[in-house]
Design a protein around this ligand. Structure first.
Ligand SMILES: NC(=O)c1ccc[n+]([C@@H]2O[C@H](COP(=O)([O-])OP(=O)(O)OC[C@H]3O[C@@H](n4cnc5c(N)ncnc54)[C@H](OP(=O)(O)O)[C@@H]3O)[C@@H](O)[C@H]2O)c1
Length: 219
């Protein structure tokens, strides 16, 4: 399986990349980043791309892939709706539209989040924008599209978030993970589980297009 990965520098994407590089069914990974991570692996190729609103200059590199794992995304904390939508909706749709045109047999997997608002009219800004993004993706002509809605993600294998607030939270919560996992297993997953579930869904599909935290853990 040949995979395109967006967000290979973020917490979720780092975890997904790790699982892809370890998995024997994944033949190659093309990571599209703003700046190369410098990571070396025989299965990995990176393209450093400046403008995430326009992928026409790298169009020739984006064809011939089986799946896209779209992990790129930011926390809405401190952002206006317009700015959050620009990163969340505009970048995701720019990439997805380019990929759908070039790869009609592609499975597209998008990382949104638990509590995403499919009606697009709720009170929480981030949830409305994620809902709008999910809805638009589900209408693109991919072979299949799946929306992953993890709740709390525990970073494993030395992976760290780029968001300072999350980094602090993970340090504080670290010692409590065993207890939290027992009490709130429905709401906790890990970077490893998200990556493993994505590979499985890309290979075999899933019973429904929107996968909540528990579905991800089950997969
Ligand atoms: N963390 C969690 O517990 C959690 C839970 C549920 C859902 N999620 C979702 O998972 C996704 C990833 O979250 P995360 O916590 O892993 O993110 P993160 O560590 O904060 O990383 C942010 C990522 O977005 C990229 N990015 C930001 N602005 C960009 C722009 N203008 N152009 C191109 N790339 C840009 C960054 O690239 P650079 O490296 O180039 O800066 C980086 O790869 C988000 O959609 C989030 O809502 C996260």
């Amino acid at each position: 399986m040949k995979i395109i990965l967006f967000g290979s520098t973020d917490m979720v994407g780092q975890g997904v990349l790790r699982e892809c590089l370890l998995d024997l069914d994944v033949e190659s990974v093309l990571a599209i980043t703003r700046s190369a991570t410098g990571q070396q692996h025989k299965k990995l190729r990176e393209i450093a791309h400046k403008d995430f609103f326009d992928f026409s200059s790298i169009k020739n590199d984006l064809a011939g892939y089986d799946a896209c794992f779209f992990c790129l995304g930011v926390s809405s904390a401190g952002m206006t709706e317009q700015d959050y939508q620009r990163v969340t909706y505009d970048i995701t749709l720019a990439a997805a539209q380019a990929l759908a045109e070039l790869n009609p047999k592609m499975t597209f997997i998008y990382v949104s989040g638990a509590g995403t608002d499919s009606t697009e009219h709720g009170r929480r800004m981030w949830a409305r924008v994620k809902g709008k993004t999910e809805n638009a993706l589900l209408h693109l002509p991919f072979k299949a599209a799946y929306m992953f809605r993890p709740a709390f993600i525990q970073p494993l294998h030395g992976i760290v978030s780029k968001t300072k607030l999350y980094r602090i939270l993970y340090i504080i919560l670290g010692p409590f993970y065993p207890v939290l996992k027992t009490l709130f297993s429905k709401y906790i997953t890990t970077t490893e589980r998200v990556g493993r579930a994505m590979i499985k869904v890309a290979m075999h599909g899933a019973p429904k297009p929107v996968l909540e935290n528990q579905d991800i853990n089950t997969l």
